[in-house]
Design a binder for this molecule. Structure first.
Ligand SMILES: Cc1ncc(COP(=O)(O)O)c(C=O)c1O
Length: 442
């Protein structure tokens, strides 16, 4: 009888042929193909790749052979850039919001105050988290009105969600003060102001949790993606659990719960290594981009001679040197006048637009959120609106529940600012605004 290998005999299997990498050079070539570079450049790259060994990256963010994965690095770099203790990369801004809500204990029986002007995801995710969205007015800064927030607090209120909409920073001093007084959680939705500022501190680091979107239209973009940041370790751990199918991939993967409230069933919002790599490159550029936006926004705004035009009211700036600088806004006396001014500005070549037209479907203002206004739910039980744990009185949902918001939005003229504009571009845009205002708003 042959001696067993376990007893020092020869091994029966000395070598097995290894498989090629699941994601190898062909996949890399497909990724390169996404960029519309010249055919010659692509051929040259392919030629070089042909001579490389067919190796592939580790595609999963956890258990990276080198220890730190690309997504880990993106999170670490985000923390350095934003000055926060924890960052969690996720696959969308919507995912960041839900993970933040769940981490903060928002669920059956609670209310969350959201602004009437925001992309619908801010409010929809409150319902997904099984809580009741309470819709608050905006003020002349086009962001949530702290006075209306204070008026809408009830014993059920758990959180306030200021949204730094269209690059405009919320009044975070007032909001965090109200939250402190009432022991509420503040979750900032920074999706439209990634990398922006408020009074020298990054947007997203004023509240308990900051949520960011990296979708295709955002200031930091990986096509799809997002980030959540917090200084609170337990909030981070809970968000990590939720984003990762019940804490499957913790560093101590099979450990029992270390702190009560750490382990529960979740979803899968993990960011891929490919998107993580793009986020890293985007993070390196964001400060230069935001500085350019803010400098150009200030140039245009400071050259508008608003004092000469009694019918032109500049939007309130909660921090004149902050926000993300992607736009400026002013109000006309009526919605009709705003449309007239926008048309005249566009004819001048100024990138102007409006924020509201009652007849145009748009999920950035609450009056079109019939999912919420009509309490639509995927199953007939009507949860969370009919939840027995909810002891409050449901908001009186209707399309005219926030008239101040609709009034402001309908009278707004918004100018999109370009990060690459030169000083001459800024001067020309400001001149165009002054020209139209002199004719129509004097
Ligand atoms: C204010 C706001 N919140 C949340 C989101 C959702 O982000 P995502 O598209 O990454 O899910 C968006 C996206 O447009 C947004 O504008």
């Amino acid at each position: 009888m042959e001696q067993l290998a376990i007893n020092g005999g020869p091994k029966a299997v000395t070598k097995l042929t290894s498989s090629p990498p699941k994601v190898g050079l062909q996949e890399l070539a497909e990724i390169i193909d996404l960029w519309p570079i010249s055919r010659q450049a692509k051929e040259a790259i392919n030629d070089i790749l042909q001579h490389e060994p067919d190796v592939g990256p580790h595609m999963f963010r956890y258990y990276h052979p080198e220890g730190e994965s690309t997504v880990d690095k993106a999170e670490r770099e985000f923390c350095q850039l934003f000055g926060c203790r924890h960052a969690l990369a996720v696959n969308s801004g919507t995912s960041a919001l839900i993970a933040a809500y769940v981490a903060c204990g928002i669920g059956p029986g609670t209310e969350v105050i959201v602004p009437a002007y925001t992309f619908f995801a801010t409010a929809a995710t409150v319902v997904t988290a099984k809580a009741i969205p309470v819709i608050a007015e905006i003020d002349s800064s086009l962001t949530i009105d702290p006075h209306d927030v204070a008026d809408k607090i009830t014993p059920q209120t758990k959180a306030i969600v200021p949204v730094h909409m269209a690059g405009f920073a919320c009044d975070m001093e007032a909001i965090t003060e109200i939250a402190r007084e009432h022991n509420l959680v503040v979750i900032e939705d920074c999706a439209q102001a990634d990398g922006g500022w408020y009074k020298g501190k990054r947007l997203g680091t004023w509240g308990h949790v900051g949520c960011f979107s990296f979708d295709a239209y955002k200031l930091i973009s990986s096509g799809e993606g997002g980030m959540l940041c917090t200084d609170d370790e337990m909030l981070y751990v809970r968000a990590q659990s939720w984003h990762d199918t019940a804490a499957c991939w913790r560093p101590d993967r099979y450990a029992r719960e270390r702190m009560p409230g750490e382990l529960f069933c979740g979803e899968n919002y993990r960011l891929s290594e490919i998107q993580g790599a793009i986020v890293r490159a985007q993070l390196r550029k964001i400060d230069a981009t935001i500085s350019s936006y803010i400098a150009n926004r200030n140039r245009v705004r400071d050259a508008i001679t608003a004092e000469r035009f009694p019918q032109l009211q500049m939007a309130k700036d909660n921090d004149p040197d902050g926000g993300a600088g992607t736009g400026i806004a002013f109000f006309c006396p009526t919605a009709r006048k705003a449309r007239e001014v926008i048309e005249a500005l566009q004819a001048e070549g100024v990138p102007a637009g409006g924020l509201y037209d009652q007849n145009i479907r748009d999920w950035h203002h609450y009056d079109h959120w019939e999912h919420i206004l009509e309490q639509k739910t995927p199953t007939p039980e009507g949860c969370p609106y009919s939840c027995p744990y909810y002891k409050g009185t449901l908001p009186d949902y209707s399309a005219d529940m926030c008239p101040k918001t609709l009034d402001y939005l309908s009278r707004t003229v918004r100018i999109d600012i370009g990060a690459s504009w030169t000083a001459e571009d800024c001067a020309a845009v400001a001149a165009g605004i002054n020209k139209v205002a002199a004719a129509l708003l004097s």
